[in-house]
Design a protein around this ligand. Structure first.
Ligand code: PLP
Length: 414
């Protein structure tokens, strides 16, 4: 057997090469994606993938865990520092599993939970009917205000007073405005409910002070590590409550998971160190500036940007109302000119989720590649040009060449 993938497994090698080319030549606007550093990639691609380590540092069910104990403890210490929090669990394989463990640590099967509805921008795991969160619990959803498309805390409060949930979940996947965690805490206190903040999308902004922090207001905070934190794919759970921390640990292992992915945990440690650096704060500042600049550009071209702009790293466009094409059509059209974005339901959408009326646009990934306001504004115009010439294949192919040309100046670091 060869040590070289190119020689030993040409099929997989070619797929990886094709993906590298796609990533290099495309403009990545999916709000939940990012490009990790070569160091994160190196840690994740390391020999730690060989190691079984069920349990937690110094309480493992396998021998030979001294090194993975060190790396997991390092990841935990760095994460505590990053969010100024007392107890953390870095083992969740994903954000969804982190949410499952967090919810199970607070309420029982059949209890009532209230999360942001998926149409309003919430996540599947916040109570969607086909998710564990909608099946195992009596789940209710709050929406955004139908006029402003913003969270209306008085409406959330009224709903909470009516439903009397045992748990409220705040946090979103497609919401462009700052979330007021203090207000959620007041509502949770008034109805005597637990509160989880899921900061999967905005974690990088929270860590650097570009978004208010939920840490002092919530029983549990969950996040992914691969979105604005720019780490490997995975989840994390945080709390300041010692008893709750013990429950969380048990619900992650053995409740939901077996052996932790120590290579991923090593990569999380590397990412958290990067996240603590002044350069990362500058990066997040640029992400936010870029999102504002691009959203403003779309508004100036008469696009319906929901809520009229953004406070964070993403925004949503009602593309059906703006240009008469569905989210599905827009996504395909953009893909044809090497711009990757995702269609997204908008609040009170008239289209099925699979088709949808909106597109969601985020700036974290291309800001990592070095895009500034100027490039995002250029891309906004390419998008507009593509929509205005959507049946002109020759025009679209020249736009695609321009995107590829632009991205030559912003190479992948690997
Ligand atoms: C992305 C996301 C998750 C889940 O992350 P996965 O790692 O894909 O399971 C959870 N909550 C929110 C709000 C998210 O946006």
């Amino acid at each position: 057997m060869s040590n070289n993938l190119r020689e030993s497994d040409q099929q997989v090698f070619e797929i990886l090469s094709a993906e590298r080319k796609r990533q290099q030549e495309s403009t990545e606007l999916i709000a939940s994606e990012n490009f990790v550093s070569p160091m994160v990639l190196q840690a994740q691609g390391s020999i730690l993938t060989n190691k079984y380590a069920e349990g937690y540092p110094h309480h493992r069910y396998y021998g030979g865990c001294e090194n993975v104990d060190d790396v997991e403890n390092l990841a935990k210490e760095r994460l505590k520092q990053l969010f100024n929090v007392k107890y953390v669990n870095v083992q969740p394989y994903s954000g969804s599993i982190a949410n499952c463990a967090a919810i199970r640590s607070l309420i029982n099967h059949g209890d009532k939970l209230l999360g942001m509805s998926i149409n309003a921008g919430g996540h599947l795991t916040h109570g969607y009917s086909l998710s564990f969160s909608g099946k195992d619990y009596e789940a209710y959803g709050y929406d955004v205000n139908p006029k402003t498309y913003r969270l209306d805390y008085e409406e959330v409060r009224q709903l909470a007073l009516k439903i009397k949930p045992k748990l409220i979940i705040c946090g979103a996947s497609a919401y462009s405005r700052e979330i007021d965690f203090k207000k959620f805490k007041e509502i949770a206190d008034e109805v005597d409910s637990y509160l989880i903040a899921d900061i999967a999308h905005i974690a990088g902004l929270v860590a650097t002070g570009y978004h208010n922090s939920p840490i002092e207001y919530c029983d549990i905070i969950t996040s992914t590590t691969h979105k604005t934190l720019r780490g490997p794919r995975g989840g994390i759970i945080m709390t300041n409550d010692e008893e709750l921390a013990k429950k969380i640990d048990k619900n992650v292992f053995p409740g939901l998971q077996g052996g932790p992915l120590e290579h991923v945990i090593a990569a999380k440690a590397v990412a958290f160190k990067e996240d603590l650096s002044p350069e990362f704060k500058t990066y997040i500042g640029q992400v936010v500036k870029n999102a504002k600049a691009m959203a403003d550009e779309f508004i100036s071209m008469n696009y319906e940007v929901l809520t009229g702009g953004t406070d964070n790293h993403l925004f949503l466009i009602d593309i059906l109302r703006s240009k008469g094409i569905t989210g599905m059509e827009a996504q395909k059209l953009l893909e044809s000119i090497n711009i990757t974005a995702n269609r997204n339901s908008i609040p009170f959408d008239t289209q099925k989720p699979y088709i949808s009326s909106g597109i969601r646009i985020g700036t974290p990934a291309m800001t990592t590649r070095g895009y500034k306001e100027k490039e995002f504004i250029t891309i906004a115009h390419y998008i507009d040009d593509a929509i205005n010439h959507k049946d002109d294949l020759k025009y679209l192919s020249s736009l695609k060449e321009q995107v590829i040309e632009l991205n030559k100046h912003f190479p992948l670091p690997y």
